[in-house]
Design a protein. Sequence first.
Length: 250
Amino acid sequence: MLRFTSLGSGSRGNSTLISSKQCKVLVDCGFSVKETEKRLLTKGIEPEAIDAIFVTHEHGDHGNGVGRFGRRYNVPIYGTAGTLNSIDTKNCNTIDLTRDEYLEFGDLNVLPISVPHDAREPSQYIFEHAEKRFGILTDLGHITEHVVAHYKTCHALLLEANHDLGQLWNGSYPESLKQRIAGDNGHLSNCQSMELLDRLDAHSLNSVVLAHLSDENNCPNVVNEQFERFRTSFSIQLASQELGSEWIEV
């Protein structure tokens, strides 16, 4: 069985927990060790049970707790060289990944996917187990053909819906920050994420968790309204900053 849950998602911290028969891994750890421990326990997982951390990129809301958690629990940390060289991994066991090449980890096949984002060598991840595919896709500025090709047959997704363009352009952020968020190396808008879902294989996809919602430039009511039409094809839930999401079996 392959299942996943968000420990929390947003500008103040991100972490996703994936569990298979043999493995329990985190993707990112943007919270303090104490907060990560608390959030793991609320999901019924002891911190000592974590087998690895896979890091998407170096931004603090994804990487701030990686090194400290890795040192405390002697957990190996996987990421691209650019990512690992940009976060605190002192005295940690680090393993460089090559984007777009599979890695076997326990009973999981892990594929780091190259994505456009304003980081040194960012990647997102697809996890495969027993013919099931779960994809994490946040922190990218636009949808590439490369992304569509790899995520097309996923059975479940944790997908960024960072901002509503109207709220972003009419909001209080400085113009330079608005341009960064909406740019080709920024974050996915609700419309971009809906466009991706339209291009995926709806026969394969069962569950979508919409994540990384901006507190300033998006809101759950808007997201639920805009994505409502997809609920006839697959389940949709929203990951919150405070509670993350429920466990979902892929």
